[in-house]
Design a protein around this ligand. Structure first.
Ligand SMILES: [Zn+2]
Length: 455
């Protein structure tokens, strides 16, 4: 029998807001949406759960995270981007075990569940995010990273990547059909300064052959642009110090990817801060998708991705928080607010990035960017019951005259009171139900103690 959820407002996103709205859920899907009397008359026997002065809306979709790096929140503040990466890689390999990274990923799941994030696209080179997401009950794409700046490493790196994808596929099969219905695999040849042209060609071919989605950190910084154009800058210096012969592309990262066949995969490109007009044209032409991570880009001083221009060109894009090692929060509401204010300030235009547009970016547009819009991203009959409720009774969001405005400009992740994925409640009454939050917190303290020492 279905169950009914009702609240002062229901925001389906792809259709108008419903005052005193309700939805009916049967197993993992939405079977009705409308006014409370209408939904109740369709299912007179169904139990009704009234959330009161709250908004029911689709779950948030965070299209770029690194769950395994959650333990690094606040650990690497201030250094230049290239040094930040080098320190992160060193600390992770020298101090943390596989179990530590799993604890870190579990903490990331707890944080994002509480923040109303029902779907995430996570990139990592560790094995931790997949088991953490199997346990957490969230939906997601697990992008397995690969590295290799030396051309001669390319075949080996691809072999390792293929073996990891094989292992993940088996782990997912062992986890059963429920997990398989929520989680999918992808690949992530990390970034143009850590992956050779040859490896990009092989990885793109592999993604097309295996029908795997592909995500890449792209056009993130001025140093990346310098490396691509003429081999100069911090990345060029670092590669030379390591005696790696990295021939520069002599072009932008996007044109480099175009020549290598990477754009043929219609990849999910993370960041895209340093785009020129030709790059924008190529992205639109190849139906590439963009993960916009404004806080991470701002924190590193990298700049601001051309969101408005990308939207004008019809490029599919969603919001990502990036890792908490560079954010330092997975609060997608805060990300959206920051995004809106930043682009309005940069363009000196208060009509840009409205609350409605931001909410679409966090839901249906994020779903489109992950090619999941047929299943998630809005409240529609037949779609997955991936939804959240946001309480509007708190002092910080009172009064409220319009729930969309309240969510984007007054609320925070802490106002989320319900998180549901495929009809399963993951968070309710301030308790995470799929993971043991106390145990996750206890475990993370031993991990953070390892990272706390200087050096
Ligand atoms: Zn990232």
């Amino acid at each position: 029998m279905p169950s009914i959820l009702t609240a002062r407002w229901v925001l389906p996103i792809t259709s108008p807001m419903i005052n005193f709205g309700a939805i009916a859920i049967e197993s993992e899907r939405l079977v009705a949406i409308g006014s409370l009397p209408d939904v109740c008359s369709s299912f007179p026997e169904a139990p009704v759960n009234d959330l009161g002065e709250a908004v029911i809306l689709p779950g948030f979709i965070n299209i770029h995270t690194h769950l395994e790096l959650t333990a690094f929140r606040g650990r690497l503040e201030g250094p230049h981007f290239q040094n930040w990466i080098a320190q992160l890689v060193r600390l992770k390999s020298e101090r943390l075990t596989k179990d530590d990274l799993l604890a870190s990923a579990r903490l990331g799941c707890v944080e994002t569940i509480k923040a109303g994030i029902t779907t995430l696209a996570d990139t990592s080179d560790a094995d931790a995010p997949l088991p953490a997401l199997i346990e957490s009950g969230q939906r997601g794409v697990v992008f397995q990273e690969c590295f290799g700046p030396k051309s001669e490493q390319a075949e080996n790196s691809l072999d390792e990547l293929m073996a990891k994808i094989e292992a993940h596929t088996e782990a997912l099969a062992r986890a059963g059909r429920e997990a398989q219905s929520r989680l999918s695999l992808g690949i992530s040849p990390h970034a143009p300064y850590s992956v050779s042209a040859r490896l990009y060609q092989l990885a793109a071919r592999f993604a097309l052959d295996r029908k795997l989605d592909i995500a890449i950190h792209t056009a993130e910084s001025a140093d990346e642009t310098k490396l691509m154009r003429d081999g100069s800058g911090a990345f060029g210096d670092s590669l030379r110090r390591r005696e790696i012969d990295f021939s520069s592309a002599g072009s932008s990262t996007i044109r480099h990817f175009d020549r290598l066949g990477v754009l043929e995969t219609a990849p999910l490109l993370i960041h895209c801060v340093t785009l020129d007009e030709e790059d924008l044209r190529l992205l639109a032409e190849h139906e590439a998708r963009v993960a916009h991570c404004p806080k991470s880009n701002a924190k590193f001083g990298h700049g601001l991705a051309p969101l408005i221009e990308l939207q004008k060109d019809g490029v599919r894009l969603g919001l990502g928080t990036d890792s908490v090692a560079s954010n330092n929060s997975s609060d997608l509401i805060e990300e959206a607010r920051f995004c809106s204010l930043l682009h309005r300030a940069a363009k000196k235009n208060a009509t840009l990035c409205t609350a409605e547009e931001m909410l679409r970016l966090m839901t249906i547009e994020g779903a489109r960017a992950l090619k999941m819009e047929m299943e998630i991203g809005s409240l529609e009959v037949g779609k997955q019951a991936d939804l959240i409720a946001i309480d509007l009774r708190n002092a910080e969001n009172t009064p409220h005259y319009d729930p969309t405005t309240a969510i984007i400009f007054s609320c925070s992740a802490r106002d989320v009171v319900l998180t549901m994925v495929a009809g399963r409640v993951l968070y309710k009454d301030h308790h995470v139900l799929s993971l043991d939050e106390q145990e996750v917190m206890r475990r993370i303290h031993t991990v953070s103690n390892k990272l706390a020492e200087n050096g």
